[in-house]
Design a protein around this ligand. Structure first.
Ligand SMILES: Cc1cc2nc3c(=O)[nH]c(=O)nc-3n(C[C@H](O)[C@H](O)[C@H](O)COP(=O)(O)OP(=O)(O)OC[C@H]3O[C@@H](n4cnc5c(N)ncnc54)[C@H](O)[C@@H]3O)c2cc1C
Length: 501
């Protein structure tokens, strides 16, 4: 029996102060902190946090609500902009499907979702119908007009699901200041040693200057370093590389000027050996080429990204990041839980890292506040988190599996990669068969983070229809949600107004 049997911990030590560390601290103060646990966070003044990762999912809105941060604060302090979904240009070689939009869908504004499903299903049977996901969802209408999810009545932001882009480093700084104000015990120092007791549990850490910090429970938020869970407790990463080939990113941030587009969505453009994000934040546009070093060199990748950006990238240095993709088998081991990049990383195509971080923090805090601190709770927690990672990777890998590009061996290999799960296989077969796709999804993805509409969007958006099922040449000229969408605030202008207020 390990030491996780027994009463909840009195002293919790979080090691690491990137976005994961400070999100964790914010939630813990609001939960275990209120229940009497003493929470300490130690971060290195010398080791920088990763500082990229600007896209979120709607879950982040719930995090803000839970810790009591307003959207205006996020815009002002963290240069946040709105994110209504993701646009995917260039993932097929077909002129008919040059790009598609994967929106967040808003309950209460889904009147045309059934039409979308039905048109897709009929087109799978070779009928001539419009199946562009962007033509059926409210968020897509807002995105196409570059509108914010807010506006004067009858606009109702409360009805909408949306997320944010922001500068992650600023988010970590902002959360840090709030946690310090709320009374967290904060230590700025390098951890030089992590010490175990005779049973193998963690007992304390030592700083460079010899200070000793003891705790009953430890949270590893040291990012890819995995100082506690990996280096000390020897928990290994199960790699995702056989399924997702990308292992590197090249990042450039350009300035925003008058004529630069500032849309309320992420653009994820397929390039020769990967894809590049374009994310508007504050006075910058963030660009990042996520690629596989097995197929392209650092220099070629940078050149390709620079060509995509154009002259705005001139004179700006690129940042290189090596990605370790995979997940731990046990995120909670002995008296330590890993949160954030230390627990695993799926490449950022659907911007899921902070969502998985948040999910892990919430589940963990729930166990503790309900006194669930036994081995059985730990095993249950590990199963749930592993499942969340594994269900997410299915959706990410589907983008690669469905691509139809022929311009590089990379894309051919991604498509031909048979290292896919039975779930993915069943979804592809279920769609291709022309049968009841909703039934297939009900069976396969009932616990997925991705709802049926997302699976329809990806299959339709990638143009996976029978050869002779052509899209109609006459398309609707106006989006069915145009009248409502047009009344919303202009995205860029709205952000400017909030920042100036
Ligand atoms: C290329 C790329 C793109 C990404 N895009 C997205 C995205 O669009 N959306 C999304 O949700 N996520 C994205 N992510 C993930 C996101 O950046 C991270 O999940 C998030 O920033 C959390 O990182 P972290 O806090 O776990 O680690 P880090 O930011 O690396 O923080 C580690 C912390 O540990 C501290 N530390 C390390 N060693 C020691 C030590 N010895 N002593 C004391 N302190 C120590 C450091 O000082 C730092 O404070 C992306 C990641 C990458 C690499």
């Amino acid at each position: 029996m390990s030491s996780t049997q027994g009463k909840p911990p009195e002293n919790i030590l979080i090691v690491g102060g990137g976005s994961a560390g400070w999100m964790c601290a914010s939630v813990f103060l609001n939960t275990m902190g209120k229940a009497g646990s003493r929470i300490t966070l130690i971060e290195s003044p010398n080791i920088p946090s990763i500082g990229v990762g600007e896209g979120t999912t709607p879950l982040f809105k719930r995090f803000l609500n839970f810790v009591g941060i307003s959207e205006e604060e996020l815009i002002r302090h963290c240069k946040a902009s709105y994110k209504l979904g993701i646009k995917f240009p260039g993932w097929t070689n077909s002129e008919e499907f040059p790009s598609y939009f994967h929106p967040f869908t808003s309950p209460g504004l889904t009147q045309f979702e059934d039409d979308f499903f039905s048109y897709c299903d009929r087109r799978r049977q070779r009928e001539n119908l419009n199946t562009d996901p962007g033509d059926f969802f409210f968020n897509a209408a807002l995105a196409s007009l570059s509108k914010a999810p807010l506006g004067p009545p009858p606009c109702d932001a409360g009805k909408l699901e949306y997320a944010y882009h922001f500068d992650t480093a600023l988010v970590a700084d902002y959360l840090k200041q709030r946690c310090i104000d709320l009374g967290i015990n904060y230590v700025s120092a390098d951890v030089s040693e992590v010490v175990q007791n005779d049973q193998g549990d963690l007992s304390h850490v030592l700083t460079e200057s010899g200070e000793k910090l003891t705790a009953d429970f430890f949270v590893d938020c040291t990012g890819f370093r995995k100082l506690l869970i990996g280096k000390t407790l020897d928990e290994k990463i199960l790699p995702y590389k056989p399924r997702l080939f990308n292992d590197s990113a090249c990042v450039i941030r350009t300035a925003v000027s008058e004529d630069v587009e500032f849309p309320p969505y992420t653009e994820s453009t397929a390039l020769k050996c990967g894809w590049a994000w374009r994310i508007p934040i504050g006075s910058k546009i963030s660009w990042g080429y996520v690629h596989s070093s097995d197929y392209t060199s650092k220099e070629d990748a940078e050149q390709e990204l620079r060509s995509l950006i154009g002259e705005d990238a001139e004179g700006i240095d690129a940042l290189y990041i090596k990605l370790e993709t995979g997940r731990l088998a046990q995120h909670w081991k002995r008296n330590c839980v890993a949160i954030g990049l230390s627990q695993g990383f799926i490449e950022p195509l659907e911007a899921t890292a902070l969502a998985l971080t948040q999910f892990s923090i919430n589940r963990f805090a729930t166990h503790f506040t309900r006194g669930g601190y036994s081995d059985a709770h730990r095993d249950f927690y590990n199963d749930i988190i592993n499942e969340a990672f594994d269900r997410t990777i299915d959706y990410i890998q589907m983008h690669y599996k469905l691509n139809t590009r022929e311009d590089s061996q990379y894309w051919i290999d991604c498509r031909e990669n048979d290292n896919i799960t039975d779930t993915m296989r069943a979804i592809i077969n279920g769609w291709d068969s022309g049968g009841d796709f909703i039934e297939v999804l009900k069976e396969q993805v009932h616990r997925s983070s991705y709802a049926p509409y997302s699976w329809y969007c990806i299959m339709a958006g990638m143009g996976r229809f029978p050869e002779n099922a052509r899209q109609p040449t006459v398309r609707q000229t106006q989006h069915p949600y145009h009248e409502l969408a047009i009344q919303h605030h202009d995205h860029y202008q709205y952000l400017q107004n909030v920042s100036a207020s």
